[in-house]
Every structure is written in C-alpha cells, then in structure tokens.
Design a protein around this ligand. Sequence first.
Ligand SMILES: Cc1cc2nc3c(=O)[nH]c(=O)nc-3n(C[C@H](O)[C@H](O)[C@H](O)COP(=O)(O)O)c2cc1C
Length: 246
Amino acid sequence: MDRRREGIGDLYHQETKYRKEAMPRGGLDWGHQPSPYKEFPYALKHFPIRPLDQKGGKSLWETIAQRRSIREFSNQSITFPELSQLIWATQGITLKALGFEFRASPSAGALYPIETYLAVNRVEEIPSGLYHYNVKERQLILLKEGYLGPELCQAGLGQEMLEEAACVFVWTAMVDRSKWKYRERGYRYIYMDVGHIGQTLYLAATALDLGCCTVGAFFDEEVDRVIGVDGKNEISVYLGAIGHAR
Ligand SMILES: Cc1cc2nc3c(=O)[nH]c(=O)nc-3n(C[C@H](O)[C@H](O)[C@H](O)COP(=O)(O)O)c2cc1C
C-alpha cells in the first residue's frame, strides 16, 4: 500500500503492530515507573466516598439487557451514595495482591493510566464544582466550586446532556504510565482501558436506575481547559453523563 495515501490513524495502527521479528527490546526501567496515583497538593474540601452496597440490586443479565444510552435528564439530583457506588464500580480498588492494587475495571499491565474527574451539577450533600477522585484515599477532592454545565456543554460540541446531567465523569489519561511499558502502542491500551471503564459506568448506572451516556465527541483542548490538564502529559479521553432519565 502507498504509505503517502494513508492517514495518521492508518499509519499509527501499522507502526504500532507487534510483529514477531521486530518486538521492542530492552527491559522495563523499574526505577522510573510512573505512579498509578495522581494526588493534588491542594484541595478545597475532601469527601470520602460512602461504604458500598455490593449485595442486592438487579441481576447482571437484567442490567445488560436494560442498558441504553440516555441523553435526556430531569433536574432531579442523584444521591452521594449513588455517586460513590458509580465511582467504586469504575475505579475502586478491589484486590491488593502481588504488590498491585487491582481495580474494578481492567487495565493493560495493571498500569491504570486513567484518572477520573467529575463535573458535579446536582449531587446531594456535595457542592457543585469540579472534583478529582483520589483512588488511593477513596475520596473526592473538590478542586473548584461552581457550575461547569454550560462550559462542558460547549466543550462537548454543544451536547446539552452535558449541561443537564446531574454529574459528568471526565476521564483523562496520564500517557506516560502506559508509554513506560508499551511505548507508542500504549495509546491503544489507554483507549481500551477507558472503554472498559465507560461500559462499567453504563452498567452500574443501569443497576441503580440512573441514565448514562458516554461521549467521545468533544473539543479536546476545551475539555482539557475546563478540567485544567495540559493536553500532552495528561489528555482528556472520554466523558460519561449521569442523571435521572427525563
Ligand atoms: C466511544 C463512544 C463514543 C460515544 N460518543 C457519543 C457522543 O459523543 N454523543 C452521544 O450522544 N452518544 C455517544 N455515544 C453513545 C452511542 O451513540 C451509543 O452507544 C449508540 O448509539 C448505541 O446505543 P446504546 O448505547 O443505547 O446501545 C458514544 C458511544 C461510544 C461507545
């Protein structure tokens, strides 16, 4: 095939294939493995997530059968225990073994490149604003108070669900966590990882009778700006709107 007629996506896929005769060489630089935990040195407030309800609820099969993308939300708030449940389902630590802290959603090489931010519009008990979820401490960190709905809607190509949602998950990737092991191929795994997280959010929301719609169409740099990431070392990759169906 004529390489000059390929787009950058075609080229990326070709260039990042594993081939028996040309596997990447060299061991891992264990001394410089990036930490899988992002910690903010400041916080306006901390909100530990609630203990979890791991029993009862709908069966997995019923949940899968009912899952649908919901884009129209009422102005009803969601509760903090519901939000806690969604966070735990997508990013909670569920096993400590072999020197790893394994999470509810799978991750290539257990490197966990995805960070979770939340634009909270209407969640009972906590102020609206921008939050980061600190996975290790199991708590939400309030980074900025205020209603981000309109800004996020604009950044999301005007999709109104991002303004109407009770809260919006914004997932970023810390690119070096994956590149440390997988080099350029790491981007493939970043998107697979966040895809798993997105599906888990859908299923958890469905199990709680909440609506959910994931969003891949957004102006990258605008979302980066809304949540305050640099768009290079940490990049916005996917969003998930949550609320009560209208
Ligand atoms: C990677 C990805 C990106 C998506 N981006 C958007 C989006 O930007 N806006 C939107 O309304 N729906 C978006 N969706 C939802 C799809 O449109 C939806 O999953 C599809 O229509 C199938 O419907 P269902 O989820 O109800 O089965 C996205 C879904 C995925 C998996």
